[in-house]
Design a protein around this ligand. Structure first.
Ligand SMILES: [Zn+2]
Length: 297
């Protein structure tokens, strides 16, 4: 990927080395979607690659108010935590991909007559407390809809590499997938899915989870499409890296590698083939409307 010239997002904070500490900043209230009046609501914590769907309790948060920002080229990255140092390659990469997702989704929402509220991203190590409760690094990167925040322990990328999914675009796909869950949250998909899942038997609930995850894959592809169209970020081999990563983290591949019986009823993220198919759909079309994984397919 050609990412070094890109803008760094300021919506990032670094809690690495601060075990379990949580920032106390809460998003402003007012406006936005109703999330339930004061009563805690169950939210689905969308675990990514390890097939973990955790549920946690969230206080009745108000609407989602974006934090106004002014950014200039060359701004140093400073979130709620310490600023990310220029020589911190991994963190700079994440901040750049995050900024690129902001540029793409701001544009696409604007074109659709909507306003995109940028999410935040937190780097952590070992474990982190969020509006979704305490989560260990073992659960993999995740998006918490309760605080509009993506959480990632960078050691996950070593695991990914160990699974045969190396490369910067594979990592960008992971981030863009999590951002895809934020887009779903913004569009009301997440709430609708949670409501339905509570009323469904497990196998059907899992099928709904698969559709949700595949849509996030497709949205990751939509991001890459526009990032490349607007900023030529992709290099030869990147597409293959992404497709390879999608294959390595399919439910069937993960179950087989773990020595478990491959049982489609237990799929929560989709097969390798499905994940590749939807990532590619997004990449080729660049159209979020083409990501209807909930339809008949
Ligand atoms: Zn996911």
């Amino acid at each position: 990927m050609r990412w070094r010239q890109g803008r760094r997002s300021t919506n990032i904070e670094d809690l690495r080395g601060k075990k379990g500490r949580r920032r106390t900043v809460r998003r402003g209230a007012g406006g936005g979607a109703k999330l339930g009046g004061g009563v805690g609501i169950i939210v689905l914590l969308i675990g990514l690659f390890l097939g973990v769907d955790l549920s946690g309790l969230v206080g009745g948060g108000g609407g989602q108010v974006g934090i106004p920002q002014m950014q200039y080229p060359g701004d140093s990255v400073s979130g709620q935590g310490p600023a990310i140092r220029n020589d911190d390659e991994a963190a700079n990469f994440i901040a750049t991909v995050l900024a690129d997702t902001e540029d793409v989704w701001n544009k696409l929402f604007r074109h659709a007559g909507k306003q995109y509220q940028e999410p935040r991203l937190t780097l952590f190590s070992d474990g982190v407390s969020s509006a979704c409760g305490f989560t260990s690094s073992a659960a993999g990167p995740f998006y918490c809809p309760g605080d509009d925040n993506v959480y990632i322990d960078l050691s996950f990328f070593r695991q990914l590499q160990g699974m045969g999914a190396a490369g910067d675009f594979a990592q960008a796909y992971v981030i863009a997938h999590e951002i895809g869950h934020h887009v779903q949250n913004q569009l009301g998909v997440s709430m609708a899915v949670q409501r339905q899942r509570r009323q469904l038997p497990k196998a059907q609930g899992n099928a709904l989870s698969v559709a949700t995850e595949l849509q996030a894959d497709c949205y990751a592809g939509v991001w890459a499409h526009h990032a490349h169209k607007d900023r030529q970020v992709l290099e030869p081999g990147d597409l293959e890296e992404g497709m390879n990563a999608a294959a390595k983290i399919g439910d069937d591949a993960l179950m087989a590698n773990a020595g478990r019986r491959v049982h489609p009823d237990n799929f929560t993220h989709g097969t390798s083939q499905q994940r590749q198919q939807w990532l590619l759909r997004g990449l080729e079309t660049g159209d979020a409307n083409a990501c209807n994984t909930f339809g008949n397919n």
